[in-house]
Design a protein. Structure first.
Length: 183
């Protein structure tokens, strides 16, 4: 057992002005066991820690000084490219991928490319210029474009401000399916 836990247990007991005998009475843990926990001579178990956490009115995580954890399902690691900051919002190898992108306004010269897949773009903020085949479009906040990425395409800022978009890309041509529409 880490000595840190024993020190925390002793500190919590002292802050509450309790004796080992009083804690033993409240937790049904023997004075000897409590003393060994505080000195590091006894390994802590859930069976011992749960009544102590209740007695000291702290969470189990606080009692054992557990490190803070984030949501294990999403690991946002922004990636900076020459023209944008890209934040992957999903992690599905080979499947549909979702990204948040903040596009730098310096990206203004169209250079259409094509590749396998299907893309859906939603403008969150700013104005997006989308060159799609022979079409040159400008989309504003709340507007969406979807297209087969085998069509030569390019997108960037339509003006001197950064543009924030959400991108859903299906590398095997997966498409979005709208199942509910307002009347």
């Amino acid at each position: 057992m880490a000595n840190g836990l024993g020190d925390r247990l002793r500190l919590l007991r002292a802050e509450r002005d309790l004796t080992l005998a009083e804690v033993a009475e409240q937790t049904a843990i023997s004075v000897s066991t409590l003393s060994r926990l505080e000195s590091g001579g006894r390994r802590a178990t859930l069976e011992l820690l749960l009544p102590l956490a209740r007695t000291y009115a702290v969470t189990l995580d606080d009692l054992v000084d557990a490190p803070a954890t984030g949501d294990p399902r999403v690991h946002l690691r922004p990636r900076r490219t020459q023209w944008a900051t890209i934040v992957p919002l999903s992690n599905r190898p080979g499947g549909t991928r979702v990204f948040k992108q903040v596009i730098d306004p310096r990206r203004c010269e169209p250079d259409p490319r094509s590749h396998d897949g299907y893309e859906w773009l939603y403008v969150v903020d700013g104005r997006l210029r989308l060159v799609l085949g022979d079409h040159d479009l400008v989309l504003g906040p709340g507007e969406v474009a979807e297209f087969d990425t085998r069509t030569p395409h390019w997108f960037g800022c339509a003006d001197a401000r950064p543009t924030e978009i959400l991108s859903i890309f299906g590398p095997q041509g997966e498409r979005m399916h709208v199942r509910a529409r307002p009347k």
